[in-house]
Design a protein. Structure first.
Length: 283
């Protein structure tokens, strides 16, 4: 056996060892990421009195959640904020994507850079900035007008502020592959600009717009920092994430917190899967 053969055998063994190490590393990463979620779902069926002490398997926790008025109120607040913020952010984000992709104007690069900031900057930074804006400008302006709308408008405004960017990114990605000849053909056939937009552009962008809306709805439903700071942290207005957070202040955390978290996880995963499906369909 010559040196070259020994070298090739050693190289193959080394490649095999590297392959095993990469697979082991991937397995450990996935365990680190998803094992806590598995434990959360498992403990959502806990029959014990406390969230972190296993007392047997039971569906009673979910029954308590479904009949808990505090959970129902928090869920209603979450849905009201998510639906409102999604509707506003979807309209504004779509218009922003069309403006950045279809038109050229002074300061476009600055506007484009600013539109990505809510995605790039840490959420806590944006939440503190919104708190200062609401406390120093928004609420005093309403007070001067004799209005006191409560925390709901500020929470919706905070969610719209970060939701616009996500819709813009998804819709703009679709616009980059958009066939403009279809719009030109409609114009040549006598369609007016608004008819071209309504009958040609909007239907072709519908999967991307819906995907962006579902993404914003999911993020809004799960958001904590912006919601907490937009309500000043103590107004009594609670969404589901805030409800889970304030449960920590009780003497013993009840197992309902695991059930609520598991339900939110299921809803979020379903919406994300639907969003990804619509993006693939729109390609």
């Amino acid at each position: 056996m010559n040196v070259r053969t020994l070298w090739h055998q050693a190289a193959r063994r080394f490649d095999h060892l590297i392959d095993l190490l990469v697979k082991l590393d991937a397995l450990l990463v996935y365990l680190f990421l998803y094992l806590p979620i598995f434990v959360l779902v498992l403990y959502s069926f806990n029959a014990g009195r406390y969230a972190f002490v296993w007392g047997g398997f039971s569906l009673e926790t979910y029954q308590k959640v479904l009949h808990d008025p505090e959970v129902a109120q928090a869920l209603g607040n979450s849905l009201a904020v998510a639906f409102s913020a999604t509707l506003i952010a979807t309209v504004l984000g779509t218009l922003l994507a069309l403006a950045l992709e279809r038109y050229r104007f002074r300061g476009q690069r600055v506007a484009e850079g600013l539109s990505y900031l809510p995605i790039l900057i840490p959420e806590i930074v944006m939440a503190v900035g919104l708190l200062l804006f609401f406390a120093q400008f928004f609420r005093p302006s309403l007070s001067l007008l004799g209005l006191d709308l409560g925390p709901l408008p500020t929470v919706i405004a905070g969610h719209v502020a970060f939701g616009i960017s996500y819709v813009m990114v998804v819709v703009r990605a679709r616009l980059q592959d958009f066939d403009r000849s279809l719009e030109e053909a409609a114009s040549d056939l006598g369609a007016r600009p608004w008819q071209v937009f309504y009958r040609v552009t909007l239907p072709l962008l519908a999967p991307a717009i819906t995907s962006g809306a579902l993404l914003v709805f999911t993020l809004s439903l799960d958001d904590f920092y912006i919601t907490y700071f937009s309500t000043a942290g103590g107004t009594g207005f609670q969404t589901l994430p805030l409800y889970i957070y304030f449960l920590q202040g009780r003497a013993g955390i009840p197992p309902q917190v695991n059930a609520v978290a598991a339900l939110m996880l299921l809803i979020s995963l379903s919406l994300i899967a639907l969003s990804l499906g619509l993006q693939r369909r729109g390609r």
